[in-house]
Design a binder for this molecule. Sequence first.
Ligand code: FAD
Length: 317
Amino acid sequence: MKVIEHLNQAKKPLISFEILPPLKGKSIQSIYDSIDPLMEFKPSFINVTYHREEFVYKKREKGYLEKISIKKRPGTVGICAAIMNKYQVDAIPHIICGGFTKEETENALIDLNFLGIDNVLALRGDPIKTETNFVPEEGGHAYAVDLVKQIVGLNKGEYFDEDLLNATPTDFCIGVAGYPEKHFESPSFKNDLKHLKQKVDAGAEYITTQLFYDNEKFKSFVIACREAGINVPIIPGLKPISNKNQLLSLSKFFHIDIPDDLVEAIEACKNDNAVRQVGIEWAIEQSKDLIDFGVPCIHYYTMGKSISTREIVKAIY
Ligand code: FAD
């Protein structure tokens, strides 16, 4: 079932979870172990992130360093199919522009369609470690909006090979990313909003946001979206903090602010257990306030660690 149908039919705010594929070589059991404790809360859908290849240097004989490309977390599509099969819940693969030509994207979408996957989250992807700025694949897309357009085209039966006759259209529901605190590359909040609107105008049916810890920023973002004519559902993304290092890493990696009250509460903690408890309580308060604000769904970034998410969802639903 499509995300937009889940949202339209909902009688109360929904929940969804996001997981990431295990490191290459690990079994799919690690995915089941992180999902099993959450299934009693009946998530409407589960997102599975996509991870690009990375370049690493491998030491060879006589100190020679060979630069090779490896994918550390493959398996997004297979995990989606396995989740749908095992739990009968909709799984949403993230698909990205980076590293894909348009034809490779089309072939990936055909795979998803054949697997009965109805939804995709269309993203550009971040620059890889060896890039200072995002570099599109030759013959690929530079922005998520172009990926959205390609999927919308495929939904109309417009394949990359325009000579295909009687091509079967796909029917994907497309989600895109939004940034309550602005995307880090964007020169201004307003400019970022303009590009978000382009994704929605191109055919995206809902927005899932970057994680945030200050609900006021999310609320201002929703108001600004509505004023800009972006009228699709906006799903807030929450991630409970679980260790002190995240104070630095989350703000650095995701380009977000962490409110002073939360920083102080975490700094005062004596150990990781105490930090986890503060993170859980903060996310519970965020969730309650977002539900009062009228969000259609809350998306929890579990990143394979279900303990905190379970405590939060148990307290809310
Ligand atoms: P875009 O919408 O293309 O925007 C990127 C930047 O370009 C923005 O600054 C925007 O304002 C600007 N821009 C957009 N269009 C134009 C234009 N036409 N002209 C000029 N500027 C433009 N990354 C992964 O690699 N894998 C994942 O699974 C993944 N999942 C994510 C899930 C969510 C919910 C979120 C919020 C992010 C996720 N990301 C993931 C990270 C995401 O790929 C990065 O944040 C990336 O840097 C931007 O992606 P985007 O789709 O928002 O890009």
